[in-house]
Design a binder for this molecule. Structure first.
Ligand SMILES: O=C(O)CCC(=O)C(=O)O
Ligand SMILES: [Fe+2]
Length: 389
């Protein structure tokens, strides 16, 4: 705990709350330099929908989910972590409503303002409505939490639809905020590093590559609208994400193997009489004929392992150390991933789509443009103006 007060002080400086907009900056896990903090270190909590809009959307979501049994079991749309949800595009009513209130413009606008990425460079990778229910409160096989993960998208948001009084627990939990003590000045931050919007209709915006999850709901139901927003590659420094993912992968595997090695060593170790500071493992590699030279195994019967190696393995397998390495890699990624504006490549605008009319042989007879009525009652396209036959 000795480090906590200093980090707390720094943290308070890094959090800003005005009435509506709360922003929290992840503390540095690497020495500070000019690249810290980047916009991606920041998590924003701000209003996205009015009270009326939130109520409407919540009603529509509940009705859709109940008609389609969307929240009765875990869905398989997300391969690595299963959520209890439905895709917004499956509900015409909700899609139309979101269009009507210019929802995409608002979210993309807020993301663009806070993360310095052009709206034109953003696309949805997914937009879905998820439900968390406290365990034991219903017969349905639903979820009460979502394990920590990283999203496929660079940017993500979670918009709270349920009034906070309708559930306990919940919130979006961030590994990097886990041991930041709670503080009156940052009302949206709760114990354990979870961010809880003050009201329904608020969204939590964050970099999807931060390790995060859905904090356990202990009472009631928490309904959220979640969006994964992808950012055009021209904004991103290539290799940075690849390298981070490689590091995280190694770190995770290391945890498993180091723990296993350590266990074997501790189960079987015998302090050598001749070398007080050495460990003489009793186990040996059985299939050492597979090694390039016979008896090459470093764990052969004659081998003395210096205690420092055991300490080193212990050190590497320690959960806190693994977490610290993971957060350092995360910090590096947040600093480096987004290219400064002047280094971003040209925007490649998507090609323009134009309707084409076909003659009776199915041969296109020229680009056209749709007018109001697209099809006659027989389903034959009408109203095409030939621009350039
Ligand atoms: O429930 C939340 O706040 C987080 C949801 C989330 O991270 C996800 O669905 O990917
Ligand atoms: Fe997520």
């Amino acid at each position: 705990m000795p480090k906590a007060p200093a980090r707390q002080k720094l943290f308070t400086l890094h959090a800003a709350s005005n009435k509506d907009h709360h922003s929290i900056t992840i503390l540095p896990f690497l020495p500070e330099d000019s690249t810290y903090p980047s916009s991606l270190h920041k998590i924003h909590v701000l209003p996205m929908l009015t009270e009326d809009e939130t109520t409407q959307l919540l009603e529509m979501a509940k009705a859709y989910a109940s008609d389609n049994k969307s929240w009765d079991k875990q869905q398989s749309r997300h391969v690595s972590y299963k959520t209890v949800d439905f895709a917004i595009e499956d509900s015409d009513e909700i899609t139309d409503y979101l269009d009507e209130i210019n929802f995409d413009d608002r979210v993309f606008g807020a993301l663009s303002e806070n993360y310095d990425v052009d709206v034109e460079d953003m696309t949805y990778l997914d937009l879905f409505c998820a439900s968390y229910e406290a365990a034991g409160e219903s017969e349905r096989g639903t979820m009460d939490r979502l394990e920590c993960h990283r999203d496929g998208s660079l940017l993500s948001f979670t918009l709270l639809l349920s009034p906070p009084g309708e559930f306990e627990g919940g919130g979006t939990i961030f590994d990097a905020l886990r041991d930041v003590p709670i503080n009156d000045e940052i009302p949206v931050l709760r114990d354990g590093g979870s961010i809880q919007p003050p009201q329904a209709g608020y969204a939590t915006l964050h970099c999807g590559k931060l390790l995060h999850g859905g904090h356990v709901v202990t009472k009631g139901q928490r309904i959220v609208l979640v969006g994964f927003v992808d950012v055009d590659e021209r904004n991103i420094k290539q290799d940075v994400l690849f390298n981070a993912a490689k590091e995280w992968g190694r770190n995770d595997v290391r945890k498993f193997w180091d723990k296993r090695r350590l266990q074997l060593l501790e189960n079987q170790q015998e302090i050598g009489l001749s070398a007080k500071n050495a460990i003489h493992p009793k186990w040996q590699l059985l299939n050492d004929e597979l090694l390039p030279q016979k008896k090459r195994s470093c764990f052969g019967p004659g081998f003395m392992m210096p205690r420092s190696i055991l300490d080193n393995i212990k050190n590497r397998a320690d959960d806190e150390k693994i977490r610290s390495r993971r957060l350092k890699t995360e910090d590096k990624l947040l600093r480096e991933m987004l290219l400064p504006r002047d280094l971003r490549g040209e925007k490649i605008l998507p090609g323009e789509w134009r309707e084409v009319e076909y003659d009776e042989n199915g041969v296109p007879i020229g680009p056209g443009e749709w007018r109001e009525d697209e099809y006659d009652e027989n389903g034959v396209p009408i109203g095409i103006e030939i621009l350039d036959p």
